[in-house]
Design a binder for this molecule. Structure first.
Ligand code: PLP
Length: 440
């Protein structure tokens, strides 16, 4: 079957193609999470066999420098020795007990000692679960039901957050997925990012009904939509004024732009924060956290029910703690940013010189290909929806051994494991790819 597929790439992909044909008989679209299916960029997803440092290898033994980093969790790269040995030594004593373990305390203590605005936390097994639980907590705590999200932010596949903005500026959402009842979507208001006026009008009008506002303070799921700090400050101010809880969804930005995430970077304190990705060191972990008086509402202390068979799993806790210990070291985030800036500055100088409509937008170790050439993009409506050039670049880079997440809306991540030589190669190949795209 796979022989009939058009494989135009010079690199061999026969094993990935064969596995994809098989996986399509097992899973919807052949995958266990939609973006992996390569639908936006076209072609066949690579089946990854192994990873080490900043490199990954597919099932055809092609080697790639990895800028997807498992969509963010692998801030130390693949197979980091400390994370690896911590997982293995924990596993020697068993994998799960469904009872409290010392590892949960160790990881929580490490985090709570370093992030001053949270007193208590609850571990979950994914970012989605963390967000879903944080919303429930906000509703339980405030006794209100409506929530506010921003167009362009993604918070996992939580029913009430799978909503699109309706027409108009501040609108009650309409569900963006089949299976999400409109009554759920109607409980969610969708606002444009970085628009203080609309924010103020809407929150003031519905203050009595709104339990919380949830935002990715560094929106990184629809491109990298950098917010003016002023917008975030005003958001904080209005929420406090109107008795609305502010949730920072830091599933991507937590432990990524600073140990304490965007909250630390911008010095803005949310009421509830959600984490995931990096927190688990490559294993499935999420968390939500807040001050004591809010967390007191969580079961069994309080009336907001939330639970999980594998929550706080000791092996995952061990991986997370080993990873976060590295992140907490001096200069860690500075060095990561320097690595990112190497690629970003080189590519941007090149595109400016050649007048190509492409800018790499970045913050810390997160970067994104903005194909409308604008340096700063702050709202979803400013994104160029034509992803043809990104798709061509993606295909070019795959052939050259550079792996990015397969969608032009997704960001790239730098890990500590990326070497100077790998960054140089990637920068050079990106420039070659852009020249190829814009000259042809
Ligand atoms: C900001 C944000 N929140 C929540 C989630 C959901 O996390 P998970 O995929 O672990 O469920 C994601 C996933 O990409 C995310 O980027």
């Amino acid at each position: 079957m796979y022989k009939e597929m058009k494989i135009t790439s010079p690199i061999k992909r026969t094993e990935s193609a064969r596995l994809f044909e098989a996986s399509k008989t097992f899973f919807p679209g052949g995958v266990n999470s939609p973006v992996r299916a390569f639908k936006s960029v076209g072609g066949t997803p690579l089946f990854i066999k192994k990873g080490n440092g900043a490199l990954i290898w597919d099932e055809d033994d092609n080697e790639f420098i990895d800028f997807c980093c498992s969509w963010g969790p692998l801030i130390l790269g693949h197979n980091h020795p400390q994370v690896f040995s911590s997982i293995v030594s924990t596993l020697e004593n068993g994998s799960s007990f469904g009872a409290p373990t010392r590892k949960e305390n160790d990881l929580a203590q490490f985090i709570l000692e370093r992030i001053p605005f949270i007193d208590k936390m609850r571990f979950t097994s994914s970012g989605t679960e963390a967000v879903m639980s944080a919303i429930r907590l906000a509703r339980g705590y405030t006794g209100k039901t409506k929530i506010v999200k921003f167009d362009g932010c993604y918070h996992g596949h939580v029913d009430a957050l799978l909503v699109n903005a309706g027409s108009g500026l501040a609108t009650f959402g309409t569900s963006s997925s089949a299976g999400v009842p409109e009554v759920f979507a109607n409980e969610t208001l969708v606002l444009p990012l970085n628009d203080i006026e609309t924010l103020r009008t809407c929150l003031t009008e519905y203050a009595d009904d709104i339990a919380c506002v949830i935002i990715e303070p560094i929106p990184a799921n629809n491109g990298l939509l950098l917010q003016d700090k002023q917008f975030l400050l005003v958001l904080r101010e209005i929420c406090t004024e109107l008795g609305i809880l502010l949730i920072f969804d830091e599933v991507i930005s937590g432990f990524r732009v600073a140990f304490g995430g965007a909250a630390e970077l911008y010095a803005i304190t949310p009421d509830i924060v959600t984490y995931g990705k990096i927190l688990g060191g490559g294993l499935p972990v999420g968390a939500y956290a807040a001050k004591k008086h809010i967390m007191a509402f969580v079961s069994p202390d309080g009336p907001v029910y939330q639970a999980g068979t594998l929550s706080g799993n000791p092996v995952a806790m061990a991986a997370g703690l080993a990873q976060l210990k590295e992140c907490a070291k001096n200069n860690f985030y500075h060095e990561l940013e320097e690595k990112a800036l190497y690629i970003v500055n080189q590519v941007n100088a090149f595109t400016e010189e050649n007048n190509y409509p492409l800018k790499l937008v970045s913050l810390g170790s997160i970067f994104w290909f903005s194909f409308n050439g604008r340096k700063s993009i702050s709202a979803a409506k400013e994104i160029n929806p034509d992803m043809t050039n990104f798709n061509r670049l993606h295909a070019f880079l795959l052939d050259e051994g550079i792996y990015f997440g397969p969608s032009g809306y997704e960001v790239g991540f730098i890990s500590q494991a990326h070497t100077q030589a790998q960054l140089e190669k990637a920068s050079k190949k990106i420039q070659e790819g852009l020249a190829f795209i814009f000259k042809s």
